[in-house]
Write a protein that binds this ligand. Structure first.
Ligand code: UDP
Length: 424
């Protein structure tokens, strides 16, 4: 079986923690590796963003390819420009498959932009497609605090169309299925819920003293950690406000580490959200209590997760939140906003604690509670590590293969019926 995987706007090999590269990139990368281990060949097609990177790479192993499709200018484009190059992308992929003589059994598309390409490719090839949204425009609009954070009308319309048109939809948790119903008024039986995974050979508990030494903490400070793209919907301002409240109490010698983004970028390159957060840190008098570390390679993140006593995900919206799984796999409890997939991945009172979104007082209270209760912190950490072991990528790939087989099987059967019924 061969799969055409579409990740139009971002590459699974991209550096993580920047504005556009995060959970979805990890999802595609890990899924493709695990599919390869199970004998499923995948070509991942992504728009080329750098003419100096070879168009075909084999970095995901097992006979898989990452194909950088030259469609539009070969440099990063803004969200508004991206839709303009989808037809070129599709044209290039069809030529590629013809020239290589490759036939795909299923198309698997990620995010709405790839879904638009999948619609065109299905028309061309007659191949069924599976859609995953990763984030939903209507959800972004629910939590947007400024017009700039809102999803475009084109995106909303596309997501609605894709919900109706896709042959199958994979949702990452029950929350996403509920959002299809609630916000898109689509009740559909073609949704499979497959929770995301975590690589437990990479994310595992490291003894705290080793981990703290690695991350450069040699004193008694208690580490709270945030990891993620620096975006308004990650809710970091609530966490900074909560840290300020706790700092004023002077009860705990706490220190917040923030991983992600580029805090040291030149003034004309730094993102608006990063500047806003650095200003807020300054205003709150937290320069000694908060360190913006910038993005870190995933290979070292287990040290940070293990050095931290608590990982906080204060997001306003999160479709799944891989960071929560990674932290739990390292034996660190997670305080997570009660939103989207986090509600399902983090078990309140078992592997971490839930907290309302955008509520710094409530967040400060949960952090205080855990820092005051070592036994509870330990109990949640042990259970978190155990819980995360149930989320291996291999299990995700097995479930996804079942969906592929169902679709490919249906298509083969339809083909038989059609050719048997056709006049000679
Ligand atoms: N990540 C990373 N380095 C960073 C920041 C993030 O490797 O500096 C990775 C992190 O390990 C996780 C992903 O980026 O796998 C973020 O995924 P998540 O689902 O939490 O957030 P999303 O990006 O989907 O909003």
């Amino acid at each position: 079986m061969r799969i055409a995987m579409l990740s139009y706007h971002t590459c699974p090999l991209a550096t993580l923690g920047g504005k556009e590269a995060g959970g979805m990139n990890v999802y595609v990368r890990e899924l493709v590796r695990s599919l390869g281990e199970r004998g499923i060949g995948v070509d991942v097609f992504t728009r080329s963003q750098d003419e100096h990177i070879p168009h075909v790479l084999h970095d995901l192993g097992y006979g898989n390819r990452v194909v950088h499709v030259p469609s539009g200018p070969e440099h990063p484009l803004g969200k508004r420009e991206l839709p303009n190059w989808i037809t070129d992308y599709v044209r290039w992929i069809t030529k590629f498959s013809e020239s290589k003589g490759v036939h795909y059994d299923v198309i698997h598309s990620h995010y709405w932009l790839s879904g638009e390409a999948a619609l065109l490719l299905r028309e061309e090839w007659g191949t069924p497609f599976i859609q995953m949204f990763h984030t939903l425009g209507e959800m972004k609009n629910q939590v947007a605090r400024s017009p700039g954070e809102k999803a475009s009308p084109a995106r909303l319309e596309s997501e609605r169309r894709l919900l109706g048109e896709a042959d199958k939809i994979i949702a990452s948790t029950e929350a996403e299925l509920a959002q299809f119903r609630w916000l898109y008024h689509q009740d559909t039986d073609k949704v499979e819920i497959i929770e995301p995974g975590v690589d437990i050979s990479r994310f595992y508990p490291i003894p705290a003293d080793e981990a703290r030494e690695f991350v450069g903490v040699t004193d008694e400070r208690r580490i709270i950690l945030f990891v993620g793209r620096i975006e308004p919907l990650k809710g970091l301002d609530s966490l900074l406000n909560a840290v300020a409240m706790l700092h004023r109490e002077r009860q705990h010698n706490l220190h917040l580490m923030v991983i992600g983004g580029e805090p040291d970028a030149d003034p004309d390159e730094i993102t608006a959200e990063m500047s806003r957060l650095k200003e807020l840190t300054d205003e709150l008098g937290l320069n000694g209590q908060v360190t913006f570390l910038g993005r870190r390679d995933q290979d070292v993140l287990q040290y940070y997760y293990s050095a931290a006593e608590i990982v906080v995900m204060p997001s306003h919206y999160e479709s799944f939140g891989l960071v929560a799984l990674e932290a739990m796999a390292c034996g660190t409890p997670v305080i997570a906003s009660e939103t989207g997939g986090l509600v399902y991945l983090v078990k309140d009172g078992e592997t971490g604690l839930h907290v309302p979104t955008a509520a710094p007082e409530a967040l400060a209270e949960k952090v205080r509670y855990l820092l005051d209760n070592d036994n509870e912190l330990r109990r949640l950490g042990v259970q978190a590590a155990k819980h995360a072991r149930g989320f291996e990528w291999g299990g995700v790939a097995d479930r996804v293969i079942e969906v592929y087989e169902e679709l490919a099987g249906n298509r083969a059967r339809e083909g038989v019926v059609r050719s048997a019924g056709q006049p000679r």
